[in-house]
Design a protein around this ligand. Structure first.
Ligand code: SAM
Ligand code: SF4
Length: 451
């Protein structure tokens, strides 16, 4: 590291929550721990021709948005955990940064300017995370078990004694879990514990590389009884996940606004933040404004998180999803909620969409699109191709309205560019969704209307 004595004025924050400044010679500097508006000195770690990257070492003008981090393990303030990146920035300023990221991406990558910026969706900033994947390491030298997220920029597991982004009940389990694993015969062959919380159950999935001896199973049972958790074991891939002991309360979450209950398995995709999810589903449906005579397609439907609420409003909904397991779960959930007659589900790879395949899915009045980080390029491209050459799909009509929920603003922007600049849609609204407070993940929602 080289200490740079030049004072830099921080102009903005990048997606990794690094302050961005320019040196006198025009070089861009990315500064860990620095916030917009601050004047800082930097210890430079990496140098390239036109940029440098370093860490804040001195501060002579502090941002009014700077706050004391809420977690002792926060990596930029002496802690080691790399799980959060923005705890030093006031929660509402984090949302403003994310809103700006959505706008900037739409404009710079998609040449799209939303007609309206909606108020970002916000929820609790602590204790929100109902899913987490904790690494487990038995450190032989110290005869100690660590359970936590990775340290910043490292493969090591952080020595995490509490965690403020998971619910308090889960944070309180971290030290007892360490003691439990340390006491087990298989302690050095248990690399991961995955958390999946439902409305009424804390499910913990223990990855076990070897079959567990009866003594270890008895210890898990005693822990479950004492701490009111449900153990699942995962001997191999996600499909091998099973309950340690059959029975007990079923893992599920509910969407009360729509009277829907969604049972799930702990390794199924479910949204990380159930508080935001409930608001997000409500907002998506209001933005879609589905009418009782309308047909809707829910692309990348997962276990039916949007499909079933949509089916409470629409004439019929088609849900399409890549995972057979999730399609199966969607069907069961539709049956369980009395919505089987209005829904149909299909397992398909949506990265391979073509105009002909799109036409075969039929005309729908509205679409909900909620892809993984890679986005929905093939889908947006097929719509754009048909708009350019309608003979590719004779008789097919594009949906009047699309609500696109995204976990990656750059792929949203790319797809929005296709819809707006080639397929004749207007982007009528967009906003950030603060699904992951204190991290740099940006969730967002955008509305496209056929012009
Ligand atoms: C962001 S999740 C959304 C799921 C659901 N809408 C929800 O809210 O729970 C994205 C979904 O896309 C699915 N997926 C990933 N790649 C896919 C592909 N190539 N084709 C179809 N679905 C895919 C995943 O299995 C996952 O369920
Ligand atoms: S992930 Fe948890 S332990 Fe790590 S910094 Fe964030 S709140 Fe603290």
């Amino acid at each position: 590291m080289i200490q740079d004595s030049e004072w830099l004025k921080v102009e903005s924050l990048d997606l990794d929550a690094q302050g961005v400044a320019h040196k006198e010679d025009g070089k861009v500097v990315f500064i860990e721990g620095a916030l917009p508006g601050e004047e800082v000195q930097v210890s430079v770690g990496r140098k390239k021709n036109n940029w440098e990257q370093g860490t804040l070492t001195a501060l002579r003008k502090e941002s009014s948005q700077r706050v004391t981090p809420g977690c002792p393990h926060f990596g930029l303030h002496g802690g080691a955990c790399g799980g959060c990146k923005m705890q030093h920035l006031h929660a509402s300023a984090q949302v403003a940064v994310k809103q700006r990221v959505v706008e900037d991406n739409l404009w710079h990558l998609g040449k799209v300017k939303p007609e309206t910026l909606l108020r970002p969706i916000e929820g609790p900033t602590w204790g929100y995370r109902y899913r987490a994947r904790f690494s487990v390491r038995y450190v032989l030298k110290k005869e100690q078990v660590l359970i936590g997220f990775h340290e910043r920029k490292s493969r090591y597991v952080a020595d995490m004694q509490v965690c403020r982004v998971v619910p308090q009940r889960v944070s309180d389990l971290l030290m007892p879990l360490r003691a439990l694993i340390a006491s087990m015969e298989e302690r050095d062959r248990l690399p991961q514990i995955e958390l999946a919380m439902g409305d009424a159950v804390i499910a913990l999935v223990l990855r076990n590389l070897n079959p567990l001896p009866e003594g270890d199973r008895a210890k898990l049972r005693a822990f479950a009884a004492e701490h009111d958790v449900q153990w699942w074991l995962q001997p191999k891939g996600p499909d091998t996940v099973h309950l340690l002991d059959e029975g007990g309360v079923q893992l599920s979450y509910s969407l009360p606004e729509f009277g829907v209950v969604m049972p799930f398995k702990p390794t199924d995709f479910t949204q990380v933040n159930p508080h935001i999810n409930a608001v997000l589903v409500g907002r998506a449906l209001r933005l879609l404004d589905v009418q009782p005579d309308e047909r809707v397609i829910d692309w990348f439907c997962g276990l039916g998180n949007f499909t079933l609420p949509l089916a409470t409003r629409a004439r019929e909904v088609l849900g399409i999803e890549g995972s057979e397991t999730l399609v199966q779960r969607s069907r069961e959930n539709a049956r369980g909620n009395g919505l089987a007659e209005k829904t149909r589900f299909e397992a398909r790879n949506l990265f391979e969409m073509t105009p002909a395949l799109l036409a075969a899915d039929g005309v729908a009045d509205k679409w909900l699109v909620d892809p993984p980080r890679d986005g929905a390029f093939a889908l947006a491209k097929a719509v754009a191709d048909i708009a350019q050459d309608p003979s590719l799909a004779p008789g097919w009509q594009p949906p009047k309205r699309i609500v696109y929920v995204s976990c990656n603003p750059s792929t949203l922007a790319r797809d929005a560019g296709l819809l707006v600049n080639l397929a004749g849609y207007r982007c009528t609204a967009a906003s950030a969704v603060n699904m992951f407070p204190h991290t740099s993940h940006v969730e967002s929602i955008a509305v496209f209307e056929k012009a």
